[in-house]
Design a protein around this ligand. Structure first.
Ligand SMILES: [Fe+2]
Length: 487
């Protein structure tokens, strides 16, 4: 279960920001307490990592440095040279992954089976390197961190009413250690480690980075003292291991330096990547809070050219879930799934807010010579959707999930496919349609998967990489009317 740290893990490259023609990077290291990771070697001189956090058996170190963002380059560490395909000005390639784990027993899975799709992603990088690796949520499955401590053992079914300060301090230590163990195990996996040293990552969180259904659970749980310690330790671990920073020292791409929400954006050479925070401000009645809305509306008002990749950790476009929700709420044994459905933009509880975000995204798409593609994970299936914008233009949504989470039963995928026949049009005149991936018969592919995005000239295309069915033909997402496909 526990993975002792016997040697330094890293470097794990994280993109802090794009500015001044440079990629501002963090290299993260997880090192035994008595080891100090060596410096990043650059032509301009060495950059020594600094120690940013301690756990019982290891310390977290980080070096911030910059590489060009208009050409490929290299950096050195530990006597090795690492190539970084950092040219964001011309043709480029991105990878998108989500759901790197499972709710139960993920730490005990056999590595080569668990990481089979990571291995394939590594092979893809060998054939044509990625400039950036986008992680769309559930980078870690923390569901079991609450086990093994008397205060959180029954989370979220029940929480103690008045735990004393010493008990809470003990819980904090327990949860910190458990988060640490999961992240250390992820970054020790050779497939992910190899890629992470060569491709800068950009990450946004979803519920499992905190706990199953965070934000959709009852407020008596999330606002309890135990719930708050869980959220604080999850946030600390998310910042350390997914952003290479601590609170108060967020990279410049974050919209709110205080971290009240953790939305961010980066822009370079006709590409904007926009990642609102759909978890940090969420409660049962809203998906985004004031900070998140301010960020997305500010971004939408900016003049943009080229293409925006909008990372929506839960799918922005989906089938008529509200119908399913109504049916399920009428059946007592199904009511336990309410939190899962409430997690979706399509929930009845979020309909007004869903229409608001769709209007913002529609207007973003309509502004000038500019295209928007939504990227989502979360459902452990691969699928796509389009929303008509008028004039032959469409908003594409590409769903790729999960890279190591195994797919749900094919029957569930077929059921969702049937549900999607109903269509959905939350905005008048902008129908949403779920469509099969190129070359696939069914709308939902129940296989592990990841997505690759290619820009050639000013045209973008996407391919899904499916564990059994292989790589799909490319889908053009340049905003020109897409292939008609089966409807
Ligand atoms: Fe997931």
């Amino acid at each position: 279960m526990s993975h002792p740290i016997t040697q330094t893990l890293g470097p794990i490259l994280l993109l802090d920001d794009l500015s001044d023609g440079r990629m501002h990077l963090s290299a993260l290291f997880i090192a035994p307490l008595d080891e100090e990771p060596g410096p990043i070697d650059l032509p301009s001189g060495p950059v020594a990592p600094i120690r940013i956090a301690d756990y019982d058996e290891a310390a977290i170190w980080r070096a911030r440095f910059a590489l060009p963002s208009d050409r490929s380059s290299t950096y050195g560490w530990g006597g090795f040279e690492f190539a970084v395909a950092g040219d964001l000005t011309g043709d480029l390639r991105l990878a998108y992954v989500s759901c790197n784990g499972e709710e139960v027993g993920d730490m005990d899975r056999e590595g080569s089976e668990r990481n089979a799709m990571w291995s394939r992603l590594r092979d893809e990088h060998h054939s044509a390197p990625f400039a950036l690796l986008l992680h769309g949520g559930d980078q870690v499955y923390a569901d079991e961190v609450t086990h093994g401590h008397p205060l959180s053992e029954d989370w979220p079914d029940s929480v103690p009413e008045a735990p004393d300060a010493a008990q809470l301090a003990d819980l904090r230590h327990h949860l910190r250690q458990r988060f640490f163990a999961r992240y250390a195990a992820l970054y020790a996996a050779p497939e992910l480690a190899w890629l992470s040293a060569r491709v800068p990552s950009l990450m946004q969180w979803d519920d499992h980075d905190i706990c199953d259904g965070w934000g959709s659970l009852r407020e008596t749980r999330t606002r309890s003292e135990v719930g708050q310690v869980l959220f604080e330790t999850a946030t600390e671990a998310f910042l350390l291991f997914q952003q290479g920073c601590v609170a108060g020292d967020l990279p410049a791409r974050f919209a709110d330096p205080t971290g009240a929400h953790l939305g961010w954006s980066v822009t370079a050479g006709g590409l904007r990547i926009l990642a609102p925070d759909l978890r940090g401000e969420r409660d049962r009645h809203r998906i985004m809070g004031p900070g998140g809305w301010a960020m997305i509306e500010t971004e939408a008002a900016k003049p943009a050219t080229g293409h925006t990749m909008l990372m929506s950790s839960v799918p922005l476009l989906g089938p008529r879930m509200s119908l399913l929700e109504t049916v399920m709420m009428a059946i007592p044994s199904m009511q336990k799934y309410e939190d899962d459905l409430r997690d979706q933009w399509q929930s009845r509880a979020h309909r007004t807010e869903w229409r608001r975000i769709l209007r913002v995204v529609r207007d973003m798409c309509r502004a000038g010579d500019h295209h928007v593609t939504a990227l989502s994970g979360e459902i452990h299936l691969a699928t796509r959707a389009v929303m008509g914008l008028g004039g032959g233009r469409e908003l594409h949504q590409l769903v790729a999930s999960g890279i190591s989470h195994r797919a749900p039963p094919k029957g569930w995928a077929r059921f969702l496919g049937m549900l999607s026949w109903l269509g959905e049009d939350p905005l008048p005149d902008h129908p949403i349609r779920i469509k099969p991936l190129p070359g696939q018969r069914h709308r939902y592919a129940a296989e592990r998967n990841f997505l690759t995005l290619d820009r050639q000239g000013d045209r973008w295309s996407a391919r899904w990489h499916l564990e059994e069915s292989g790589t799909t033909p490319p889908l053009s997402i340049g905003g020109i009317p897409s292939d008609p496909g089966p409807r």
